[in-house]
Write a protein that binds this ligand. Sequence first.
Ligand code: 3PG
Ligand code: MG
Length: 399
Amino acid sequence: MSIRTLDDLLAEGVSGRRVLVRADLNVPLDKQTGAITDDGRIRAVLPTLGALVEAGAKVVVCSHLGRPKGTPDPQFSLSPVAGRLGELLGAPVHFATDTVGESARSTVADLADGQVALLENLRFNAGETSKDEAERGAFADQLAAFGDAYVDDAFGAVHRKHASVFDVPARLPHVAGRLVLREVEVLSKLTGDPGRPYVVVLGGSKVSDKLAVIEALLPTVDRLLIGGGMCFTFLKAQGLEVGTSLLEKDMVETCRNLLERSGGKIMLPVDVVVADAFAPDAAHDTVRVDGIPSHRLGLDVGPETVAGFSAALSQAKTIFWNGPMGVFEMAAFAAGTRGVAEAITKADAFSVVGGGDSAAAVRALGLDESSFGHISTGGGASLEYLEGKTLPGIAALEN
Ligand code: 3PG
Ligand code: MG
């Protein structure tokens, strides 16, 4: 891989130089209080930021948060992230209340060597995500004016062809940060020559989101375990009734076709936890998948399924997991996700957890993060990497 790295940049010397760092500080926020509920993505970028601070750079960090529509929207402000980042770095982070306007210009101009600034949400500007090259380019020009060099450490966003990810590196000397390097290094082990059996666990709500990765993985994996909301479309494809469970009707035929072509590699739940409603206190029971009542909906996989998945995982030498097995945010429907996660930690395998949700689940369930081989900060990004797609943010670093 012909990508220059942070170490190359540090070797040139960055003292007194402005270094623009694209980070993915898109952290989950509590809907009521706005508090950060999982700061994993902020922690993940500390090695890069710390090294730059230590080397005396003027560090200008930029990121998106959520999906605001190209104009300022206070609920998506990065201001709380600036506070948390400052706590973790042990030094105040100078927060600009706009991205490329007056506040950003003066904040960057006032930085002393070894200080860190955070710009306001990139997506408060239509140019960031625009499909129009010229509009993106004009925004990239403004961003690039804040740096003498560019570091991409936003692994979670490398699959986005956005100004800060794709167009800025065309305008500045550019390198990959520590997080991006580590993520690519780990994921390339999975696409290269994984130790076998190679077992993939997929969950989450939508088959349509995972279709491309299922197609890409089927020929290479030994086992594909499917849980989460998307398992019901597969169960329906097997001719079972799924009650009021999540169902993508227009995907049933596709799932049937995948099952036929899978050569028995796909493993589906044999029992599920069904409830009267999508609510933490809803009445619920475990039933066999051929006995889902018509008025109830499945919110987790059942204990027999966990046992079967665990047995498959215990044989594995390589494991990739993306997507929760059930509604783990509700205690009554967390056992499937917890059980599968525990089986992964117990397996004598190289294990990778992909995705914002699954990574957050690991931490929310209080599991030991160090018992996984690697916890990726990228959901969509890690899936697209495994699909073998060209990732715009990585391609931009290669040039
Ligand atoms: C993510 O959370 O998946 C990344 O931060 C990318 O965000 P996006 O899906 O809104 O582009
Ligand atoms: Mg996403």
